[in-house]
Ligand binder design. Structure first.
Ligand SMILES: Cc1cc2nc3c(=O)[nH]c(=O)nc-3n(C[C@H](O)[C@H](O)[C@H](O)COP(=O)(O)O)c2cc1C
Length: 214
């Protein structure tokens, strides 16, 4: 199927970004943009981000995960450590996170290192999740092949019965990663493709900001 998509064109005009507008600390800048995106109520799943990893064969892969916490140290998401992303991170902890908020014409890209959070913190979060999500984590060997959907549904039904009146245990291979940022880019769409891009790089524990060409 050939599709000509050349006519998809949009002029960006929702905002501007200058060195004098951005905060010296990119974590604070992120919190500010994230908050604005939340209160705008125009962004569906504002915490959905693309996590990109590189596996042991040098092959990149991006997929959406949900940002669950922002701390002073970084960005936390939860997953199955045995999944493709988990295995890739084990081999190469360099990752990228990116957010695209179309209604605000904004993109944020974060580069950094992903590190497993403590078992205790993962357990605390697991306990707060609804039972369905807990069982979902238990039922799935994420990223492994399965014969058909029925196999998974049957496994879930068996687990629902088993844990009807018991606490669901956190699977050993399920938990969080924290991405500790080393660089940030804040991108604001502008007219004529002359977008604003502010790039922060961490140098000796402080942040340097540069404007990048669009
Ligand atoms: C909106 C959305 C949110 C998602 N959130 C998560 C998440 O927080 N953790 C997760 O492991 N997978 C999440 N997924 C599923 C992943 O995109 C992916 O399919 C899964 O983690 C397996 O990826 P992998 O095989 O590359 O490891 C989400 C998908 C979507 C579309």
């Amino acid at each position: 199927m050939n599709r000509d998509l050349h006519n998809y064109r949009k002029s960006y005009q929702k905002g501007t970004l200058d060195k004098s507008d951005v905060l010296a600390n990119p974590m604070e800048q992120f919190r500010d943009w994230f908050h604005q995106a939340e209160i705008s109520k125009t962004v569906d799943e504002v915490n959905a981000m693309t996590l990109s990893t590189v596996n042991d064969k040098g092959m990149p892969r991006g997929r959406i995960v949900l940002l669950k916490e922002v701390t002073k140290e970084g960005f936390i998401f939860y997953t199955n450590y045995g999944s493709k992303k988990g295995q890739a991170i084990e081999h190469n902890s360099n990752v990228s996170l990116s957010f695209f908020w179309p209604s605000l014409e904004q993109q944020v890209i974060i580069e950094g290192k992903a590190i497993k959070i403590s078992e205790e913190k993962s357990l605390n979060y697991f306990k707060q999740r609804p039972k369905d999500s807990q069982l979902g984590a238990l039922v799935s060997n994420q990223s492994q092949e399965v014969k058909d959907r029925e196999t998974i549904e049957n496994r879930l039904a068996a687990l629902q019965k088993e844990y009807e009146s018991k606490e669901v245990p956190k699977p050993d291979n399920w938990g969080g990663f924290i991405v500790k940022p080393e660089a940030f880019e804040f991108w604001q769409g502008r007219h004529s493709r002359l977008h604003d891009r502010m790039y922060y790089l961490k140098i000796d524990n402080s942040w340097e900001v540069k404007r990048l060409q669009p």
